[in-house]
Design a protein around this ligand. Sequence first.
Ligand code: SF4
Length: 414
Amino acid sequence: MSKTAICPLPWISASFNTDASFRVCCNTSHGGLIKKNDKKVYMNQVENYSDIHTTDTIQTLKKDMLSGVRSKFCSACYDAEDASGISIRQYYIKKYSTIVDRIIASSDVNHAEKVKFLDFSLTNNCNLKCRMCTPGASYLLSQDFDKLAMPYDKEYANNAHALWSYEGVIENLIANEGDALSDILFTGGEPLTNQIHLKILTGLVEKNRSQEISLTYHTNLMVLPDPVLDLWKNFKKVYVHLSLEGQGKHNDYIRHNSNWDKILQNLQKLLSKKNQIDLWIEIHTVFQAYNFLIIPSYLEFLKTYASEFPSFPHFIWIDNPSFLSVDSLPAQVKKEGLAAIQTYIDSNKEFYESADFHEFNLEKIQILQGCLNRVNLEQSDSSQKEFVDYTVKFDKLRNQNVLDYIPQLEKVFN
Ligand code: SF4
């Protein structure tokens, strides 16, 4: 059997949306909801993960994967592979290769594996209000969406704010299923401000499980609490995926409420712990209309850190809202922007090839190249209008002007 569609996650992971409902994984399209009798399954309704792995949603997905069918759940991975040859699916295939071999050898949707990977989007409680985010991932944004009379799923946003009070349930799940557990991914909201997250870490340390477990975070690094740093020392490895959209005021504009100096300060603090914590740091950046024209200067700035961690970011194509994608920019702007990024890549390839972490950097260049390939060079007046209207609306509410922060977008907003 080929590995064209398979991914180990439906066999070995349990993944939670911000409202504590189960999903296939955090990369699945449209929430990736797992349903039972056509209804969402919430964390408080489940005692054993095996219940999740035998739902119709997961069984159908496994069947598709085993027969080489590309399920719509996983289009984010398959589309990324088509554009760049690289996706997170391939990362998991490599990481859990022994398990993938077992799954393929059995070729049975009922083949059972223990849960190795927990993936928590722990609430929508976040300290930021990013331009490309929604109230489902940042509760603070509900106020802005309400003021602007913009539609969103209020029930979901409220549940995501309040439903994660099932601390006992999380502990039970870890206790019942946790002997094979090797990886936990925390996203949000902002996980480093989350008290449930702190309790999970504390519980794992107290139960002497932490040394076998690696932690991964998607964080804005606006905070870096000492108690978290102390707990991290007990874990096998800590992967910090720092979300940035640009340098300085570019980042602070797109990621509203950010403070660039504070982020750099916390990054320095984190780097100073490298001798006490087995740390891996990488940068994650959404490839979008706001930062498209500033990518070369942003990449140049990140080179400052080339000896500390892989300085080339992992770029992520934005599907939602689609009008924030680079496709919404005027055709000529896209053409010029693509040429500028390509020139930057070509003239700096040697640097990345010879820098530390060169393997990682070269893979990330390939991913950015995939994003460049996906840009539709046609003019789309309707999505450009949506992008402009959305930006102006938020600027007015926040007493900002996009051109004070990203003057490179002058041709779009003047
Ligand atoms: S293929 Fe991608 S989207 Fe699907 S479960 Fe695996 S990592 Fe998630």
